[in-house]
Design a protein around this ligand. Structure first.
Ligand code: SF4
Length: 230
């Protein structure tokens, strides 16, 4: 299966009843500021080239962000910080992402999430994460030939990501490396190795309080890009 075929199967997924109901309810009710827009309201596929060397792994689409625009991290404040910083370090073509057809290009970077549908309160359940793992597994398998670095945003993605790599036969340190900003671990499979970098999530809570500054995020992105030869 190609990435395009995977993405086209993904957007029809209705496996998690609670998330299907929520993503569609949000898309119907909308936020007043976006009342004239048609929300995507479906699973949001990964974004970026299929031969990416760096993968950014978030949490899940935001109700009025990616669930509205249909593109990962596009159209909300978390994404604003992420795209601006990617642009600052030379990995994105534009500093702002507003819609799926804004011309944004990522250079050697793909972004995805362990849960592809917007969850209430941005909190997927463990069962929903486990249900969505097959999509992450399939995406990682397609990216494997070129992938060298993974940047994981937040503890949820760190757990989900390491588990997904374990499912695909990658050897992860034991005990499992702890998440933190600047955490780094290397996982192995046969001759291949992949560096996994932790960053605090670009959530409003973290960026407004200064727990995560753009400089801190840029440091992790630069390290991941350097490791991947970008
Ligand atoms: Fe399907 Fe994943 Fe959405 Fe659940 S979260 S409905 S598994 S795409």
């Amino acid at each position: 299966r190609t990435m395009a075929a995977l993405d086209s199967d993904l957007i029809d997924c209705r496996a998690c009843p609670r998330l299907v109901e929520w993503r569609e309810q949000v898309a119907r009710e909308k936020r007043a500021a976006f009342a004239d827009q048609t929300y995507w309201g479906r699973p949001v596929p990964g974004f970026g080239p299929v031969d990416a060397r760096v993968l950014i792994l978030g949490l899940a689409p935001a109700a009025h962000g990616a669930n509205r625009t249909g593109r990962m991290f596009t159209g909300d404040q978390s994404g604003d910080v992420l795209f601006r910083t990617l642009h600052d370090v030379g990995l994105a073509s534009r500093p702002t992402a507003v819609s799926a057809d804004d011309g944004m290009q990522l250079f050697g970077v793909r972004m995805t999430a362990p849960v592809h549908c917007a969850p209430p309160q941005n909190k997927p359940t463990i069962a929903e994460r486990d249900c969505c793992a097959r999509w992450l597994d399939a995406e990682l398998a397609l990216l494997a030939p070129t992938l060298r670095s993974v940047v994981v945003l937040g503890a949820f993605g760190w757990q989900a990501g390491l588990r997904a790599f374990g499912d695909l036969g990658w050897i992860v340190e034991r005990p499992k490396p702890k998440f933190g900003h600047g955490a780094r671990t290397v996982i192995h499979r046969d001759e291949a190795e992949l560096a996994v970098f932790g960053s605090y999530h670009v959530s409003q809570h973290n960026t407004f309080t200064g727990r995560l500054t753009p400089a801190m995020l840029a440091d992790v992105l630069r390290a991941a890009a350097a490791h991947a030869g970008l």
